[in-house]
Design a protein around this ligand. Structure first.
Ligand code: ADP
Ligand code: MG
Length: 211
């Protein structure tokens, strides 16, 4: 089975819904180790994305993802705007012209997306950022695809790895972003960006469960 253009659009809409539901939660996490705007940032970005989607419903998946990325870059300030903008723009470049994605195609898109975030933000695993959720999710997805399981199952394993990575940020001392200004005091709190990354991937796993 594959991920269709319609599936891709449904994913983005579900991300907008889930980020709306979790706006206060993400802001609460960011108030502990940042400046209490992550929920508002993600909400603002994905509301702008929702407004843009009608213009790309008949376009290929690459165009859909690129539009999401460009919209996030232009509407979200802070660290997360350019990082998630890069994530979706790179996923879009990797899916250019595609009307549907196989498991291998999504693996390639996710790989390009995560590599884009790493290149842009220069965070490595354990720096207490979104990379701590994204990198394990990518590795788990690639491992699952190598075992030839269904996309749905591979997505399930990927989101489980993202969740573990997100929870593993709690004891860490932040080495990148605003939370790093707190030094040791950043330990004991879950990273907001790792949390939004987990939510975004969870939406993919749920929306595409039967793909
Ligand atoms: P800001 O920190 O500018 O207020 P947000 O609050 O929207 O932006 O996003 C904060 C999140 O961005 C952090 O929780 C972290 O996951 C992520 N982040 C910050 N800097 C980096 C970086 N250099 N690389 C990857 N992720 C980062
Ligand atoms: Mg913030």
């Amino acid at each position: 089975m594959t991920i269709s253009r319609q599936d891709a659009l449904e994913w983005i809409k579900s991300v907008a819904n889930v980020l709306t539901e979790n706006k206060d939660y993400l802001t609460e996490l960011d108030s502990a180790i940042g400046d209490a705007d992550h929920g508002a940032n993600m909400f603002r970005g994905f509301q702008a994305v929702l407004a843009k989607l009608p213009g790309v419903t008949d376009k290929d998946i690459g165009t859909i993802f690129k539009t999401v990325g460009m919209t996030l870059v232009s509407t979200v300030g802070g660290a997360s705007g350019p990082l998630y903008g890069t994530f979706f723009m790179q996923a879009g470049t990797a899916s250019a012209g595609k009307q549907e994605l196989t498991a291998a195609d999504w693996g390639a898109a996710l790989e390009a997306a995560v590599n884009g975030v790493v290149m842009r933000g220069k965070a490595v695993l354990g720096d207490k950022t979104m990379v701590d959720a994204l990198t394990p999710a990518l590795e788990a997805f690639k491992d699952a695809v190598a075992e030839n399981v269904t996309i749905g199952m591979a997505l399930g394993r990927s989101v489980q790895a993202a969740e573990e990575g997100m929870k593993a940020t709690i004891p860490l001392v932040a080495r990148k972003g605003r939370a790093s200004y707190l030094g040791e005091r950043s330990a004991g709190h879950q990273d907001p960006g790792a949390t939004s990354s987990y939510l975004i991937l969870k939406c993919a796993a749920e929306t595409w469960a039967n793909s």
